[in-house]
Ligand binder design. Structure first.
Ligand code: IPD
Ligand code: CA
Ligand code: CA
Ligand code: CA
Length: 260
């Protein structure tokens, strides 16, 4: 595919995402059903499913050869990244959506032969859209995001769930060394915040490809690094851990945690 064709897919994906966001804002005013999935804290609503269906219908109609990997399972069964694959989280941060009515995002990553080409993360209530096209840079509401600058740990904000400290006590060192810890409850937004310099690193021990795909493309465009917690490449085919960071802090964290 030519860069022009990718530009067109990028623009189309942005316009669908904004339309989906508009639909979500409308659906929020009506009553919607809330179901639990794996456990009582794992929620899904009709709005998640409706939003995934919206993308599925749009993609099938316009790009019939592209495949879809979506959290709610309305897309295809995808076990490789051959061809073009849309990796979609229709609502990332469903618990925030239900409880707080803000701080949730639509997250999209379009991959081609395993390479992240398009990344979109839309904070629906703040109306902030983070977008990236491979080789063309990353943007927040169409304003270019600069490449990430050198920063030290003691002037950095990091983000992870409090519970992870219990899983790996080595994280306590980061709590002590950094300027502070935040936790937003929406992985895609936390990756977008690393990409735009609002925080310097985000760590999670349990993410799915759709939590990370959009953010990964954004980070690549600003010189950020995203690997699993061990420092290995993400595959976007299975659940994995994540360390997404400004490159300077990435190095410090790897050294602190793994001694390398
Ligand atoms: C969840 C959010 C959350 C993260 C979980 C994800 P969902 O996604 O990103 O911040 O800690 O691991 O599953 O289920 O709200 O799309
Ligand atoms: Ca979910
Ligand atoms: Ca998610
Ligand atoms: Ca979700």
């Amino acid at each position: 595919m030519t860069q022009e064709q990718w530009q067109s897919i990028y623009e189309t994906a942005i316009s669908w995402t904004k339309e989906a966001g508009e639909n979500i804002r409308k659906m929020m005013d009506d009553t919607y059903e809330i179901h639990t999935k794996v456990n009582e804290h794992d929620l899904v609503t009709d709005v998640d499913r409706e939003t995934e269906l919206f993308f599925k219908n749009k993609i099938n109609e316009k790009y019939s050869t592209h495949r879809i990997m979506g959290e709610e399972g309305l897309g295809d069964v995808v076990d490789d990244l051959d061809g073009t694959v849309w990796i979609i989280d229709p609502i990332d941060g469903t618990v925030n959506f239900v409880h707080q009515k803000c701080y949730f995002a639509i997250s999209i990553g379009v991959f081609h032969e395993g390479k992240g080409m398009v990344g979109i993360i839309y904070d629906v209530m703040a109306d902030e859209i983070f977008t990236a096209l491979n080789g063309e840079g990353a943007f927040l509401n169409e304003e270019p995001l600069p490449r990430l600058e050198n920063v030290t740990m003691n002037e950095s904000l990091l983000s992870f769930n409090a519970g992870w400290v219990m899983k790996d006590r080595r994280l306590e060192a980061l709590v002590n060394q950094s300027r502070g810890i935040r936790s937003y409850g929406a992985a895609s937004l936390e990756m977008a915040y690393v990409a735009c310099g609002r925080i310097e690193a985000y760590i999670s021990f349990n993410l799915a490809p759709w939590d990370m795909a959009g953010g990964y493309v954004l980070l690549e465009e600003v010189g950020g690094i995203a690997t699993n917690y061990e420092g290995n490449k993400l595959t976007f085919l299975n659940k994995d851990t994540l360390l997404a960071a400004n490159p300077a802090i990435y190095k410090d964290i790897m050294k602190e945690i793994h001694g390398k």
